[in-house]
Ligand binder design. Sequence first.
Ligand code: BGC
Length: 734
Amino acid sequence: MQSWSIKEEGFDQERISSVGNKFLVGNGYFGIRGTLQEFNKNEYPAINLAGIYDRVGDAWREPLNAPNGLYTYLEFNHKEYRLPEVEAFSHNISLNYRHGIFTRTTTWNATGSKLTVNAERFASMEDKHLIAMKYSVHSEVEGDFRLVTGIDADVWDINGPHYDEILLSQNQDILKSIAITHESKDQVCVCESYQMDASHQEQLVAEDRKSLRVLSFHAEAGKTYTLYKWISVYTNKDEANYEDAAYGTVAKAKTSGYEAVLEKHIAEWEKKWNISEVIIDGDLEAMEALNYSIYHLHCIAPRHTDHLSIAARGLSGQTYKGAVFWDTEMFMLDFFLLTEPTVAKTLLKYRIDTLEGAKKKAKYYGFQGAFYAWESQEGGYDACSDYNVTDVFTGRQMRTYFKDKQIHISSAVVYGIMRYVDYTGSYDLLAEGGAEVILECARFYYDLLLKRIGGNYYELHDVIGPDEYHERVNNNAYTNKMAQYTFDSAIRVIQTLSSIGDKTKERLSNNYDLDALLHSFKDATEWLYIPQADTVTGIIQQFDGYEKLEEVGIEELKGRLLHEKEYWGGAYGIATHTKIIKQADVVTMLNLFSGEYSEDILIKNWEYYEPRTEHGSSLSACMYAMLACKCHMPDKAYPFFMKSALSDISGKGKEWAGLIYIGGTHPASSGGAYMTAIEGFAGIHQEKGELRAKADLPSGWERMAFKIVYKGDLYHVNITKDHAEVRNLGKHMD
Ligand code: BGC
C-alpha cells in the first residue's frame, strides 16, 4: 500500500535547508518551504512567488518571497518555546503528498511537564491565493499560554532585501501587509486572519517589519487549544483591486471554516491524481518516488494564469534566480502534455510572450531571429550573467559563456511547441504566435551557419552543448541536430499554414517572405553538418576534437580537486581538458532521435559516454534512463530512473556551483522520472498519429497502470509483463 507520506523524526539544524525543499507544499502561485512556523529568516522559510522578480543594485534579480503570514510561536508561563533555540524533547514533520499537507509535532519539556505543538498547513489547490493553517497547543499542566502570531515581512532573501517599504495595517480583524519592491515598486499584499477555539485576549503588536497579535489564555491541564489561520497573497500583477481581493479571500475562507476549505483543497488534489497517478505493482519504492515526483510537478504548475513557465528550482526559493531554463520544455513539459495539456499550453505561451526578448537578445549578439534567454525571467530578460560562477580560490567572478553560447535553448522552445502540436493534435498554439516563434528560431540558426571555403557543409561554431564543462566548442552534435530539427519544424509550419488557419497564413505572409525562408531552411537542413557515428567504433563525437581530450576516470579526476566546491568547467576547470562531461549530451540527442539510429549505435554511445559522465546536473540521469529503455535495457535504466525519481527525497542534489548556492527542488528530474516511466518503461509513443505502448518493464515490476491524455481524449494504459493495453476511455478532456 502506498503511504503517500514522507516523515522525518528529530530536529537537525544542519538539514533545515534541504528539509525545506523536501517538504514543500505549493499550488503553482506560491511554494511554501517545509520550515517551521517560528522560524525567522535565518532558517530559510519562504512563501516563494511565481513570476514576480526584483533586483537590488548589481546583485542578481530573483523572485520574491512574500511576507510570511504563517509566522507563529508560543510562550508558556512566560517562557518562549521555539526551535532551534529551545531544544525539543521530540520533534517530527511529515508531508502528505497526496494532498499537499505539511504537518509538524513538537514536544518540549516545560518545567516538569510536556508541552506540545501540533500544526498542519496547506497551499489551497482550490483558491490559489490562499494558505490555511491549524496550530494546536497542549500542556500536561495548567498554565498561561501566549501565542504570538501574525505577518513577518522581514523575509529571507539571497540577494535582497527586496522590499523598500512595508505598509502594515489592521482592518477589522484582518492584518494586512503591503510590501513594495525596490526595482519596479511592485506591491505584494498579504492579509491574515485567525480564529481560536477558546476564549482569549488579543493584543496587537507592531515590531520592525512584523505585524503581530498576542493571543493570551489560561489553559487547563491536558486540554488542546487550536488556532486557525488564513493567509492570502495577491500582487498588483494579479489584478487592479489586489488589496480587496486579498482581503476577500481571507474573509471568505474564514466564513467557510477550516474543514470546508480543506475538503475543497483535497477534492482538487483528488482530481489531479485521478488522471496523473501511476500504479506500479511489484515495486513500492519506485511507485512512491514517482508519485512524489509528480506531486512536486503539480505543486509548481501555473494554473492561475494562461502564460507563465516554471523555474528550474520550481517554487522552492530564489536559487537559480527563479529563472526558466530549457528544463521546462525538454524535461517537464511531457508530464503536463500527457496529464493536463492546458498547463502545457500555459508554459509555452510564456515563450510566445517572451519572443520579443529573444529577438532583442539575438540582435544584441548580432544575429537575426530569436535567441531565447538561457535563464529567462519576466519579458524574456536573460538573468544569466557573463560571470555566472564564483571562483573558490580567488573569490572572483569567472567569465562563463552559458548565456552567449548555449544556443540550443531556442531549439528547446521549438521542440516544446511541436510536441504540443503532435500530442494535442491542435494548431491553436501555432495560431496564437507559436508559428512566429518557430520561424524566428529557425532564422536565428540560419544566421549562425558557417561554411568553410571549399566546404560542402554548414557548421555551427563556438557553442556550448548541454555539457557545460566544455565551453565554446564547434559542431556540438546535440546543438547541430536540434538546429536541424528547428529548420525541419519551420518547413513543416510553412507547409501546413493552410491547416493552421487563414489568419495565421495572412499574418505570416505579410510579415515574412515565406518562399525565401522555405528555400533557405530546406538548404540548411540538407547541408547542416551532423556529427556521424565513427564507422569503426560507432561513437559520435560530442564536438570537434572531443576525441583528442585527455582520457581520465571520474574518481581520478575528483582526486585533482583542490577544493570541494571548485567549479569543474571554465578556463581552468578540472574537467575542461578531459573527456569527462557534466551531463548527458550525445545521449540526449540519441534519446530524442533514437529512431534514426541503429540499436547498436545507441548502445555503443550509451556505454561509451556513461562512465565519462559526472551526472553533475540533475538533468542527466533520466536521459540515460530513457535511452537505455529505448535499447531494451530496462534494468540498466532502472538505477538512473530511481536517481531522478528520488532526487528530492534523497536530497543528494548538488548544492554548490563554485561559491553559488544552487540547492532547491529539481523539477526537471521529477519530469524526467515521469518521462522514463511513461515513455521509457511503458514505451508510450505516437505512431502515425496514434498512441501506442511498447513496454519493457524492469525485472521487479509486475504491472504499470496510468491514464494519459492524447489529442484531447483520456486513455487508460495497463501494462503487464506480457501485455500492453491502451484503451480510449471515451472522455474528452478540455
Ligand atoms: C545544467 C543545465 C540546466 C540548469 C538548470 C545546470 O546545472 O547544466 O542544463 O538547465 O542547471 O537546471
